[in-house]
Design a binder for this molecule. Structure first.
Ligand SMILES: [Zn+2]
Ligand SMILES: [Zn+2]
Length: 193
C-alpha cells in the first residue's frame, strides 16, 4: 500500500486519479492545497480564502460493485459571516465517505443509479477529479449559517454599520419592529382638533 504525496499549487493533472488502478487494496493519496488554489465561486461564496494550506487525505479501494473513497480535509479557512459580512477564521477537520458507482466507470449515462448514496459528480472517463471532491468537502465542512460568533449583532438595517464595532446613531429610531407598527398606527389615528 503506497502513500502518494502531491503538493498542489495549481494545475489539474496531478489531481486526477485513474480509477482503473483501484483494487481491493487501499491506496492512499495525500493532497496539500495551497492558498493560491482556492478561487471563490462568485461573490456569494462564503469561503474567501485559506488561512493555512488545506490537507486532504484520500483512501480509495474497491468493495465489490463499487469504489469507496474515505477521506479527510483539514485546514483553516477565511469565511464570511452571514450576519455582519466580516471575514473570520474557521477550522475544518472533517472525515467523509463517498461511494462511487463502478457502473459509471464505463461512461454509460443511461444506467440509472439504484442508490442515493452513490456519488456521480466526480467521475468522468474512469477518472476521479480530487479537486472537485476537495472543493465540495470544504463547502460541506462549513456551517449552513456562518456566524463570526453566536452573539454577532450584524449590520444596522438602515445605515449598514457593523454593530459589533459599536452602536450607530439610528439604532433608537429604527427600533423594534413592534414599535414601528405602533408608531405607524398612531400616525394614522384621526387627530382630535
Ligand atoms: Zn458576524
Ligand atoms: Zn444605523
Amino acid at each position: 500500500m503506497g502513500l502518494i504525496y502531491r503538493f498542489m499549487v495549481s494545475g489539474m493533472d496531478d489531481l486526477i486519479i485513474h480509477l482503473s488502478e483501484i483494487t481491493a487494496e487501499i491506496k492512499t493519496y495525500r493532497f496539500i492545497m495551497q492558498k493560491e488554489w482556492w478561487i471563490p465561486s462568485g461573490k456569494d461564496d462564503p469561503v474567501l480564502s485559506f488561512l493555512s494550506p488545506v490537507n486532504a487525505i484520500f483512501k480509495l479501494y474497491r468493495a465489490g460493485e463499487r469504489l469507496v473513497l474515505e477521506g479527510k480535509v483539514k485546514g483553516t479557512l477565511e469565511i464570511l459571516c452571514d450576519r455582519c459580512l466580516s471575514s473570520y477564521s474557521f477550522d475544518i477537520d472533517s472525515d467523509f465517505r463517498i461511494f462511487l458507482s463502478t457502473e459509471l466507470l464505463f461512461d454509460e449515462p443511461e444506467i440509472e443509479l439504484h442508490s442515493d448514496d452513490m456519488d456521480t459528480d466526480f467521475v468522468k472517463d474512469n477518472q476521479l477529479n480530487a479537486e472537485d471532491v476537495i472543493r465540495e468537502q470544504i463547502y460541506l465542512s462549513i456551517p449552513y449559517k456562518c456566524l463570526c460568533s453566536e452573539e454577532c449583532k450584524g449590520l444596522c438595517p438602515s445605515c449598514g454599520k457593523n454593530l459589533n464595532t459599536g452602536d450607530c446613531n439610528c439604532t433608537i429610531e429604527s427600533g423594534h419592529p413592534g414599535f414601528m407598527i405602533l408608531k405607524g398606527l398612531r400616525n394614522s389615528l384621526p387627530s382630535r382638533g
